[in-house]
Design a protein around this ligand. Structure first.
Ligand code: 26Y
Length: 822
C-alpha cells in the first residue's frame, strides 16, 4: 500500500472510509500502512464496516424502543451466514466506492473478499433459511433478531482424497472475526444437572427447588445484520460456552486442581462444535446440553430485555414472539414455563397461556429418523426440573383432551409427550406442537404432509394451529451479489426496484422472446460458466467446455435426494456414447457438490462413486467431446455463489414426499437455470410459478410413492427385468466398471437398489428421468427456445423472495410490523 494514498473519489464517503481503514491498519492491526497486504486490508475494511454498523445498530435499537415495537426472536441451532464482508458492502451500497478505493492502493476487492472464511455454522437448508430470514427482516425494517450458538468449529471442511471425502475441522475464526462484538457484560449463568427438592412456599403452595446444580456461562457475541439500503441493522446473537469460576471452586477446595480444570474444559466443550448431520438424531448428552444452552441463554436474554422496559411479565406475548426453528430449540417450552412459574411465581395456567401465545414452531423435515427424542433418564440427569415440567404439561394436556374429545388409548399414546415403548423418551416435536400457538411447514405439499403424516391427531384437535409458509431466499445475496452480470442486465432493462421488490422481475416477461435480450441473457450465463470453468480448472484440474450444458446438483448428500439417480443417468449416457456410438444433441457437464455426514456410510460411498465415475469418464477420449463430470469439493455458501449463476440445468430429483421444500431449487431457477425435478417440496410451486413448459417434470407423485410403499407394491426386479437401460447401468456398477482395481466396490449399490424395501424408489423413476433428460438435451440444442425458458424462470420467481415469506410470518404468526426510520 502506498504510504499516503489518496482516494480518487471526491466524496466524503470515500474520504472517511479511507481514513477509517488506514486508522484500523495502524491502530487495530499495529502495522504501518505501507506494509499492509490483502489480509490486512480485508480485516481493516471489516472493522471499518463494523464501526458503522454498530452506530446504525444502536440507532435501530432506539427506534424500536421509542415505537414500543413488538419483537420477534428466531431461535435456531444453525445459521449458515456465508461470507459477510461482500454482503455488507452491497447492502450498505458502498461496494463501488470501496472497489475503487482499494484499487487506488493496488488491491483488487474480489481478491480481498476471498480472504474471508465462510462462517459455516449450519449443515444446510435450515441454517441457510435462518440467514435469509435475517437479511429480509433487516431489509424490511422489522424488529427481528436471531439467537444461536457461537460454535468454535463450524461444519467440517471437505476435501477429496483418493476419490473419497475427507473431513477436516473448520476453525472459522482462524483469521479473526472482526465483525462480531463480544458482550461479556451480558453473559448469562446457566444451571445444569442437580436434583429437585419438594418444598412449600410461604403461600402454602408447592415450591420445587432445583438444588445442587452446576453452572455454565454463556458469553454473547453479536453479529450486526444490515438490511439492504443501510437503514436498519438488527443483530444475530451467538452464545459461546465458558466455565464460571464457581464451577470449579468446590473441587478446588477439595484440593483436586487437575479435576477442576478438566471440568472447566468440559464446560467449554458445549459450544465447541456443530453436529455435522441433518438426518440422524444424535441422542448424545452433549447435543442435549447444546440445545438447552441455546434455549436458556436466549430466553434469559429476551425476558431481561423485555423486563428492562418496565413491563409486566403478563404482557410478554404482546411484545414478544419466539420462533422455534425445528425442534432443536423445543426445550424453550419447558424453560419459559420454568422461568414464569418458578422464578416469577406466575400461576401455572396463566404461565401456560403466556408461553403458548409467545412460541411458534416450524417443522423442516418428515424423515422419521430426524425426529428428536430424548431419553427420560438422560433428561432426568441433565435437566431434572425441566423433565418435571414436561411431565406436568403432559399430565394436564392428556387430562384436557380426555374431556374435550374422549380419545381412545391408542390416540392418547400417540399424542403423549412421552414415548413409552422401549425406554421412555421425550418427543420433542410433540412438546413443540403442544407448547406453540402456530405450527407451520415450509411448502404447500410439506405443510399438508405435516398435518396428514406427522401430526394427524393434533391437526384434528387444533385445525387452526397448522399453516404453511413456503420458504424463500434473499434476492440480495442470491441474485444481486452472486450474479453481478445478470443483475446489471436486469437493472438496465427494468430499473433496480426488483432488489427490494422481487415481483418486479415480471417486467422481464415481455423480453423473454426478444432476440437481443435473449442474446444478452445467454452471454451473461456464458460468462458465468467461463468463470466457473476457470475455477474448476484451478481447483480440480478438469477442463470444462463452456458451450456445454452445465447440469448441477448441489446439496447435502442423502439417499432421499437421489444423487444416485443422477449418477445412474450419467453412466447410462456414457455407455451409450462409448459402446453404442450414440452422439447426443449437446455436450454436457455434470457438476456435483455437497457434504456427507461423517457417519453416514451410504452418503460417503455416493461421493466415492461420483468421483470414480468422473475419473473414468474424464479420462476417456471417446467421451471427451460430450461428457465431463466434476465433484466440486467443500460445498458452502461461497461455493454456491459460484456454482448457481453458472447452471443451465438444476437437478431437484428427490423422491416425492421427502424434501420438505428445498431452497437451492429457488436459487437456481431465479438465476435462469431450468429445473429437472419431481413433484416434491417447493418444486411444485416453482413449476406453477414459472409455467409447466419451463420446467422438466418427471416421476411419481407423493401419493403414488406413499401407495407403493404402504402396500409393499414396489418391485425393483420388475423394472430391472423390463428395461435393458436399467440392467445395463446396474450391471456395470456391479461388475466394477468404474473401479477396476476393486470390482466389488459398488456391488452394495446394486443390491440396495434392487432390494424390495428400497425407500426412495430409484428404479421406478429412472426411465421417466431418462426420457425427460432426452427432452432437456433436445431443447438445449435450440438456443432461442432455451433462452426464452430461462428468462421466464428468472422473470417469474418473484414469489420466492424471503421478503414475501417473512412478511407472511410477520402477519400471520409473529404480529410484528416494520419500524422504518422517520
Ligand atoms: C435432529 C438433527 C438430526 C437434525 C439436524 C438438522 C435434524 C434436521 C436438521 C436440518 C434439517 C434441514 O436442513 N431441513 C431442510 O430445511 C430446509 C428449510 O426449510 C428445507 O428447504 C429442506 O427441504 C429441508 O431438508
Amino acid at each position: 500500500m502506498a504510504p499516503v494514498a489518496k482516494c480518487n473519489i471526491e466524496t466524503l464517503e470515500g474520504d472517511s472510509l479511507s481514513c477509517s481503514i488506514r486508522d484500523h491498519i495502524t491502530h487495530s492491526l499495529g502495522k504501518p500502512c505501507s506494509e499492509a497486504g490483502h489480509r490486512d486490508v480485508a480485516m481493516a475494511l471489516s472493522m471499518t464496516l463494523r464501526d458503522r454498523l454498530v452506530d446504525r445498530m444502536l440507532e435501530t435499537r432506539m427506534r424500536y424502543r421509542e415505537a414500543r415495537a413488538k419483537r420477534m426472536y428466531y431461535l435456531s441451532i444453525e445459521y449458515l451466514l456465508g461470507r459477510c464482508l461482500g454482503n455488507n458492502l452491497f447492502n450498505m451500497k458502498i461496494d463501488d466506492v470501496c472497489r475503487s478505493l482499494v484499487k487506488d492502493w493496488g488491491f483488487d476487492l474480489e481478491e480481498i473478499r476471498e480472504f474471508e472464511r465462510d462462517p459455516s455454522l449450519g449443515n444446510g437448508g435450515l441454517g441457510r433459511l435462518a440467514a435469509c430470514f435475517l437479511d429480509s427482516l433487516a431489509t424490511l425494517d422489522m424488529p427481528g433478531c436471531g439467537y444461536g450458538i457461537h460454535y468454535e468449529f463450524g461444519l467440517f471442511k471437505q476435501s477429496i482424497e483418493n476419490d473419497r471425502q475427507v473431513e477436516r475441522p473448520d476453525y472459522w475464526m482462524a483469521e479473526g472475526m472482526p465483525l462480531q462484538l463480544e458482550r461479556r457484560d451480558q453473559a448469562v449463568i446457566i444451571p445444569i444437572y442437580g436434583r429437585v427438592e419438594d418444598h412449600q412456599g410461604p403461600d402454602g403452595k408447592y415450591l420445587p427447588l432445583w438444588v445442587d446444580w452446576q453452572d455454565l456461562m454463556g458469553v454473547p457475541y453479536d453479529i450486526p445484520i444490515v438490511g439492504f439500503g443501510d437503514k436498519t441493522v438488527n443483530y444475530l446473537r451467538l452464545f459461546a460456552a465458558q466455565s464460571t469460576d464457581n464451577f470449579n471452586m468446590e473441587i478446588f477446595d477439595q484440593g483436586d486442581y487437575i479435576k477442576a480444570i478438566r471440568q472447566k474444559v468440559y464446560s467449554e466443550l458445549i459450544s465447541k462444535i456443530l453436529y455435522p448431520s441433518e438426518s440422524i438424531s444424535f441422542g448424545k448428552e452433549l447435543r442435549l446440553i447444546q440445545e438447552y444452552f441455546l434455549v436458556f441463554c436466549a430466553i434469559r436474554d429476551i425476558t431481561r430485555r423485555f423486563l428492562k422496559q418496565n413491563r409486566n411479565i403478563e404482557e410478554l406475548p404482546e411484545f414478544t414472539a419466539i420462533q422455534l426453528n425445528d425442534t432443536h430449540p423445543a426445550l424453550a417450552v419447558a424453560e419459559l414455563m420454568r422461568l414464569l412459574v418458578d422464578e416469577r411465581r406466575v400461576p401455572w395456567d396463566r404461565a401456560w397461556n403466556l408461553t403458548n401465545r409467545t412460541l411458534s414452531f416450524t417443522n423442516h423435515t418428515l424423515m422419521p429418523e430426524s425426529l428428536e427424542m430424548w431419553p427420560v433418564d438422560l433428561m432426568q440427569k441433565v435437566l431434572p426440573r425441566h423433565l418435571q415440567i414436561i411431565y406436568e404439561i403432559n399430565r394436564r394436556f392428556l387430562d384436557e383432551i380426555r374431556i374435550v374429545s374422549n380419545p381412545d388409548d391408542a390416540t392418547l399414546r400417540r399424542m403423549s409427550l412421552i414415548e413409552e415403548s422401549g425406554g421412555k423418551q421425550v418427543r420433542m416435536a410433540n412438546l413443540a406442537v403442544v407448547g406453540s400457538h402456530s405450527v407451520n411447514g415450509v411448502s404447500k405439499l410439506h405443510s399438508e404432509l405435516v398435518k396428514k403424516v406427522l401430526f394427524p391427531d393434533y391437526a384434528a384437535l387444533w385445525p387452526g394451529k397448522f399453516n404453511n409458509k413456503t420458504n424463500g431466499i434473499t434476492p440480495r445475496r442470491w441474485l444481486y451479489k452472486a450474479n453481478r452480470g445478470l443483475s446489471a442486465l436486469i437493472t438496465e432493462a427494468i430499473g433496480d426496484g426488483w432488489i427490494m421488490d422481487l415481483d418486479q422481475l415480471k417486467k422481464l416477461e415481455p423480453l423473454a422472446g426478444d432476440a437481443a435480450f435473449q442474446e444478452k441473457f445467454m452471454a451473461v450465463k456464458r460468462a458465468n460458466k467461463e468463470r466457473l470453468a476457470a475455477f474448476v480448472a484451478k481447483t480440480s484440474g478438469v477442463v470444462l467446455p463452456p458451450h456445454a450444458a452445465f447440469d448441477i446438483q448441489a446439496k447435502r448428500i442423502h439417499e432421499y435426494k437421489r444423487q444416485l439417480l443422477n449418477v445412474m443417468h450419467i453412466i447410462h449416457d456414457y455407455l451409450r456414447l462409448v459402446e453404442d456410438g450414440y452422439e447426443p444433441p449437446e455436450p454436457r457437464v455434470y457438476i456435483f457438490a455437497g457434504k456427507a455426514a461423517p457417519g453416514y456410510f451410504e452418503a460417503k460411498e455416493i461421493i466415492h462413486l461420483i468421483c470414480c465415475v468422473a475419473k473414468v469418464i474424464n479420462a476417456d477420449k471417446q467421451a471427451a467431446e460430450y461428457l465431463k463430470v466434476v465433484f466440486a469439493a467443500d460445498y458452502r455458501v461461497s461455493l454456491a455463489e459460484k456454482l448457481i449463476p453458472a447452471a443451465d440445468i438444476s437437478e431437484q430429483i428427490s423422491t416425492a414426499g421427502t424434501e420438505a421444500s428445498g431452497t437451492g431449487n429457488m436459487k437456481f431457477s431465479l438465476n435462469g437455470a431450468l429445473t429437472i425435478g419431481t413433484l416434491d417440496g417447493a418444486n411444485i410451486e416453482i413449476r406453477e410459478a414459472v409455467g409447466e413448459e419451463n420446467f422438466y417434470l418427471f416421476g411419481l407423485t407423493a401419493q403414488e410413492v406413499e401407495r407403493q410403499l404402504a402396500a409393499g407394491l414396489y418391485d425393483p426386479w420388475e423394472y430391472y427385468g423390463k428395461h435393458p437401460e436399467i440392467r445395463r447401468v446396474l450391471d456395470a456398477l456391479s461388475a466394477g466398471r468404474f473401479t477396476p482395481e476393486d470390482p466389488s466396490a459398488f456391488h452394495w449399490i446394486f443390491e440396495k437398489l434392487l432390494s424390495r424395501n428400497e425407500r426412495y424408489l430409484h428404479l421406478a423413476d429412472f426411465m421417466p428421468y431418462l426420457e425427460t433428460h432426452q427432452r432437456v438435451g433436445m431443447e438445449y440444442s435450440r438456443p432461442e427456445v432455451w433462452a426464452q425458458k430461462a428468462i421466464c424462470n428468472t422473470a417469474r420467481m418473484g414469489y420466492f423472495s424471503s421478503d414475501r415469506t417473512v412478511r407472511e410470518y410477520a402477519r400471520d404468526i409473529w404480529g410484528i410490523k416494520p419500524v422504518p426510520p422517520k
